[in-house]
Structure formats: structure tokens, C-alpha cells
Design a binder for this molecule. Sequence first.
Ligand SMILES: Nc1ncnc2c1ncn2[C@@H]1O[C@H](COP(=O)(O)OP(=O)(O)OP(=O)(O)O)[C@@H](O)[C@H]1O
Length: 568
Amino acid sequence: MESARQACRGSLLWVAGFSLCLNVLLLTPALYMLQVYDRVITSGSEATLLMLTLLAVFLFVVIGGLEWVRAGVLVRLANRLDERVVEPLHAAMFRRGLRQAGGQGAGPLDDLASLRQGLAGGALLAFFDVLWVPVYLALLFLFDPWFGVFAAVAGLSLLALVVTSEKATRGWLEGAEQEMAASRQRAAENLRNAEALEAMGMLSSIAGRWLSHHRRGLWQQSRASDRAAMLSSLTRALRLLLQSMILGLGAWLVLEERISAGMMIAGSILLGRVLSPVDQLVGSWRSVVAARAAYRRLEAIFREAPPPAPPMSLPAPRGRLTLEGVTAGPPGGRRPILAGIDLDIAPGQQVGIIGPSAAGKSTLARLVLGVWPANDGCVRLDGADIARWDRGALGPHLGYLPQDVELFAGTIAENIARFAEVDGERVIAAARRAGVHDMILRLPEGYDTWLAPGGGLLSAGQRQRIGLARALYGDPVLVVLDEPNANLDHRGEQALAEAMEALRRDGVTLLVISHRSGVLKRVDRLLVLDDGRVSLFGPRDRVLERMATRRQGRREATGQGGAHAADS
Ligand SMILES: Nc1ncnc2c1ncn2[C@@H]1O[C@H](COP(=O)(O)OP(=O)(O)OP(=O)(O)O)[C@@H](O)[C@H]1O
């Protein structure tokens, strides 16, 4: 955010420059009145009136032009800030999403939009105009000290009203923003799970949670609006009163022969210039408060999810995976899920990972792919700490089929090609490797079939098989499949077995998490996880034997226990 602010500094100087010229030119109406009343009317010269009027018209045209250019510079300033921030912000949202399982949705992008609106709106202009108030005040003091005092008190009273307005509405407005953001997030979540909600008749109960946020937000917004409306009516009335009163004061000063009639009118116009930025602030206060809150939230995201250390540039890996005393869990989580994991998996080995639910199998998958960092110890790919690899460079060497396969809006070919430039041959090769080529050809538009977000018209099994092709795209050296056969029929299982065979031939290291014996029959080694620790790891048959012996031991122990219980 700091560097974006620096980048905008140049444009801000331009805006300040335009504001300077404008504020000088905005003395035109006051000077025109002064000349008309004190020179034209006393001299009766029509030629002077014409010349003065022509000059005033010209200056007003210049004022209009300058206002237009200044507004344009502000829009460009807001766009420049957006350009600077949007990409790092997207990356930071992504990093935070990895840590917080979903993060805050698109909220930060809305924050950026409200910051942009705050910049391009009138509040910043009002700030630059406020800087000129002392100049107008000085002129009023020169006319007559009473004028100066009156204008100063008038300006301060209006300012006090603005500050009160800010204080009275800030809490409500910020609260309303938060509630409305939560309500949007809940509504999106409900829509995503529409089928389950409909099937189980959960809509009315789950809608209640969304509605409570929405109602609280609305209530807070109305409270803020009520107060703001009261204060802005008060401000408007006060402004009108002050504008009339200064004419009264001026008339009295004329009667006292302290100022001329022209000064009386010019004084009223100058008071308008003193009060106008305050008026503008009142008008744009909401967007100022919203932009300030948005700025703070954006700063917080960059603080919470700072960019990673510069990555190392390394040669392409061969697929040796080593875990050295690794303890890990979700980033920011207090309790580790995996503890004391030591593993060494040679390139080309196929390892099956089994264990009861919540044993930490998917956590291990995220860990070896570098999605979650190790709290302790180190995960190495070909000897290099996986956390230090450049993700963009490492990605093509890795394949991952997550438990919940997520396909993105785009064609099947784009999804398989991981949204890089589609190379038809490689897409087909990956589909063939995953045994899904024929299935794709049977779809209405083959590889060009368009998928809606989440996979659209595909069944869960089809999504899983296309997800497998995406994992095998290119030449990955390490592939991790998390429950790859959870939704597969017999043909899908067969295709998976063939894909595993192809990976073995190509010397690709494979980790496959599964509860089904069909897949596990083909692996070289088995890793049994239990409560976040390695319970057994070794050649498949030996591990299966040990598991059988353990089961037998447990059966005998419970059998004896039962006998004891029966004896007693
Ligand atoms: N994003 C997350 N944030 C916090 N805790 C998590 C997260 N993901 C998983 N966990 C916790 O980590 C533990 C292990 O989960 P994991 O998904 O690794 O288990 P698993 O062995 O793959 O289970 P299953 O066979 O049911 O898929 C669970 O207790 C779970 O609550």
C-alpha cells in the first residue's frame, strides 16, 4: 500500500497544482462584484461593464476547463492506485485463502473499489480546497476585521458539525459495512449449496443466519443515515443562515461607512468560498469513512499475508521426496495435525497412504505439495526445501488431484491445460494417460465443452477423471492423488489403474490416498497414518502383514478381555 501511495504522489501534486490555479481563479466572482458595484455603478461606464463581463466570462470558461481536467487526473489517480494494488492484493487474498480455508471471499476487491471511489469522488478535492480557506479568510480580514471574525466563526461552526457527524455515524457505518459483507458471504454460500438445502428442506433455517446479518446491517445503516440526515439538514440550514447574516453584517458595516457596497457583496461571495469545502466534506463524508475503513482492511491483508521470501531458481526436480522431522497443521492453527514425520521416497516410487478419518492424510498431501508450510522440520523435493521453490516454476512438475475436485469456468481443454496456453497434443496426451479421452469425445463439444464454475454439467465421477487428467498434464515428477477413486465406477477404476501403470513406466513419484484396496494393490509401499503420526511405513506386503498381525493381536486381546469379564 505504501508503494502505491508513493506512485500516486505525482498525480496528487498535479491535483494540488490545479487546485491552486482554480482557487485563485475562483476569486473572479468576488472581484467582478467588487468592480461592478464600486467602479461601474459609481462611474456609470458601460464599456467598463462590458470589458469586465467579457473578462469574467473568459475566466469562468477557464475555471470549467480546469475543473474538468482536475476531475480527469483524479480518475487516473484512482486507476493507477488500482493497477498498483490489484495484483498484489489478489496474491495476498490467495495466500490468506490458503491459510484460512476460504479467506474473506471477494471482500477485499470491494474494498479496493470503495477506495477508488473515495479517491475519484469529491472528498479529496474538498481537502485541497480547505487548504485555501486561510487565504479567503485573510482577504475578509482585509475588508474588515468583523468580516474575518464572522467568517472564521462560521467556518469553525460548520466544521464542528462535520466532525460531530463523523463521530455520530462512524461506528454505525463501519458496523453496517461488516454486517452487509457477512450477509453477502452467507448468501453466496447458500447459493453454492442450493441443492442440499432444497433436498433437506434447510432453506428457511439457514436463511435465518443470512437474514440476521442483513437485518443488523440494515438497522445500523438506517441509524447512521438518520443521524447523518439530521446533521446534514442542520448544516444546510446553518449555511443559509450564515450566508444571509454576512449580508446583514456587511450592510451594517456599509452604514457605518467602514466598507463599500461592493465589499459587502464580495464578502458574501468569499464566505461562500470559505464554507464550500466544508459543505463538500459533508456531502462526501460517507465515502470518506468507507474509503478509510477499506484502506485499513487492505493494509491488514498485506500485513497478515506478506509476500513470501524471494524463491530460489533450481533445476527441474526428479521426484525424490524427503520429510525430516516434520510437524505441521493449518497455517495459523494452534494444534499441529502431523507430528514427527520422517519419510524418504525415491523417484518413481508409488506410495499408498491409508489411515482412519482425520488421521492427517490430506494434510500430508498439502504439506508435500508445499500448500501448507511445515511448522517444524523440512519437506524437501530433490534435497531443496519445497517452501523455497518458485511456485510458478514448480507447479508444472507437480500434479494434484484434491479430494474435492474443483474445475473452473472454461473449456475442458483449458481445465486440463491448467489455464496456460492450450497445447492440443499435450492435453490429449494427459487425457489419454488418465483414460478419459473417449469420455471427453462423447461430450457434446468434446474438448471444447464449456464448463460452468464448479464443473457444470459433469457428474462427480467425470469431474474426478478430468481432474486426474489435469493432474497428469505436462510432465509432472511428483503426483499426489487424494481419494482419486471416491466417485469412480468400474471403468473409471480401470482407467485409474492404467494411469498408475503409465506413471510407473515414466518414473513419476506417486502418493495416493485411498480407502479402497483396488488402488492399494498396485503401490510399492504403504504408509499408515494414525492420529497425525506414521504408524507403519514400508513395502506394501510387509505393511499389510503387520496390520493383519496387529488386528489379530487386538482381536485376541479383546477376546481375552471378554473372557475375563465373563469369568468375573
Ligand atoms: N483447513 C483446515 N483448517 C483447520 N483444520 C483442518 C483443516 N483441514 C483439516 N483440518 C483438520 O485436520 C485434521 C486432519 O484432517 P485431514 O483432512 O488431513 O484428514 P484425513 O486423514 O485426510 O481425513 P479423511 O480420510 O476423512 O479425508 C482434522 O482433524 C481436520 O479437522
